[in-house]
Design a protein around this ligand. Sequence first.
Ligand code: NAP
Length: 296
Amino acid sequence: MPKRRKWPNVMTKIGFIGAGKVGTALAVQLSNKGYPVVAVASRTFASAEKLAEAVPGCKAYENVQRIADNTDLIFITTPDDAILEVVSQIKWHKGNLVVHCSGAGSLDILETAQKTGAQVGAIHPLQSFASVEQAIKNIPGSTFGIEGDGPIVDLLEEMAKSLDGKAIQLGAGDKVLYHAAAVMACNYFVTLMQMSTDVWGKFGVDTNDAIEALGPLLKGTVNNIINAGLPNCLTGPIARGDAGTIQMHVDALKAKAPKLLKMYCDLGLETIPIGIAKGTLDKQKAEEIKNILEDK
Ligand SMILES: NC(=O)c1ccc[n+]([C@@H]2O[C@H](COP(=O)([O-])OP(=O)(O)OC[C@H]3O[C@@H](n4cnc5c(N)ncnc54)[C@H](OP(=O)(O)O)[C@@H]3O)[C@@H](O)[C@H]2O)c1
């Protein structure tokens, strides 16, 4: 494999198009680490001005073209669906480095820029950003999925490291699966919490109280996943082989929350091999639990 050239050791001027959660968080944190973030434009000037106010030396522009004209490395941090349109409306320069932060989108959405001689790449913060403030806090230490060819990859990897993060390189064909997995680990975790709190609602606990009560359990589980790893982090009735408990769950859900029964059983079936791999669920108990979950 040919050795990649190192990116020239010059301060690359950075601009942002899209002043939302990710754009603002990256701009603030890169600036904190000494990267010169000098220009921003957004759909509305008000958002661009707000980002510029948070980053010393950054100027807000009304027109996105000014970002390509005044900076070397341009982050396109608009929603995924707007990236193609934004890239197509700009006259790119040969030296521009154009980067998006989409998790599922690949480099083909930057093709127009590449055709005019710009180098293209992608850097996806593998993190969940619900608000600008929280995004600024969560960026450091995140993992960054990086895609590209040649020296732009070095530059993006260096940035990930500067942000105390970990860089993983992705090929174009990996991106959608990488993102689907992230959606399961992150967004569907939220869905599971919604379902769990709905079940608590059946015995009169409101959603916020349920979140407060289940929160420490959730944090403990995340710690176990990170510290003990798979499959050792698995606890609970399936790991113990408590078929009677699973039968009671199925009966109660059937009676009080039938809409959630299928999901409970499907996830239970996926949990059986984890219990077996951990070594605490024997084959006979696994079969018993499987029959209960398949029977519904
Ligand atoms: N949120 C996450 O958890 C997360 C995590 C990792 C990666 N990402 C990726 O990061 C990117 C940005 O996501 P986000 O969550 O930061 O989105 P966001 O908070 O909705 O911000 C998007 C920004 O883009 C601006 N915008 C929309 N259309 C535009 C256009 N045509 N031209 C110029 N600016 C435009 C909006 O401008 P105005 O404010 O001016 O209206 C808004 O400030 C996406 O590619 C997303 O997939 C998101």
